[in-house]
Write a new protein. Sequence first.
Length: 299
Amino acid sequence: MSGTGPGHGQDGQPRLAVLGAPIAHSKSPALHEAAYRVLGLDWDYGRHELEAAGLSAFLDDLGSDWRGLSLTMPLKHRALELADVADRAATETGAVNTLRLRRAEDGSRRIEGFNTDVGGIVRAIGAAGVDTITSAVVLGGGATASSAIMAAADLGAEHVHVALRRPAQARPLEDLASRLALRFASGPLDGETPDAPLVISTLPGGALTEPGPVLSHAPGALLLDVAYDPWPSVLAEAWSQAGGSVLSGLSMLVHQALLQVRIFVLGDPLLPLEDETTVLRAMLDTVDLDHTGAPVASR
């Protein structure tokens, strides 16, 4: 299952892919292939290096056998612009990481946009044993930070503090928090942050060379570091050494991918798959995680 380009697959085999730049490191093909094997679906899931400027032309070149796309940076904002419709999470955050392609009998195409990062964060944190929170600290100000803020709201948070590398990133995140009825504060990445039971780092792998003041949360808070390469990150390693609980981005990746599989198979991220427990277990096994998101011994 390694499609090499747009167009048509063999014998009308349904096709999907993950797009982004860079994309060679993506674990999405392995995760989706594991899910479709359990479901008995012979679907082709590949990967394609693509910048935002090329997304529209890529979509135009797809044949009728294409069923959907997973999207990473830098495509999430552009994908929202190109979608005919989008779910609430995508609309609120301004980011689409999943496109479902529908074809009518007359050949017309409908592009449906979804954001499964929000649900992936909520599910990963829930699997780690945290079902509700009162507040959260988010590190970083990009598209994933928007998803983290919305996930915090879905988990019951009333307040969110965002630590930023660039102060100009605060305004759209504050607007989002206001729409979600969250109290919002922001400050520099190397500044002090208020106590919170959950810290979500949305920074790229290797972005932090020092753990910073946020490490003071470690003894009582859960850290979800959405980066997983390189791992452990500087922050994750320091957090663990300080006695804190750490969840790698692989857990979020698996759970958001499961929601994508729901979309591609059933058309709805809220509809469970047949034998979903087995599907999820197969996906977790692919990246050597147990059901809580903790790493297991390599095979």
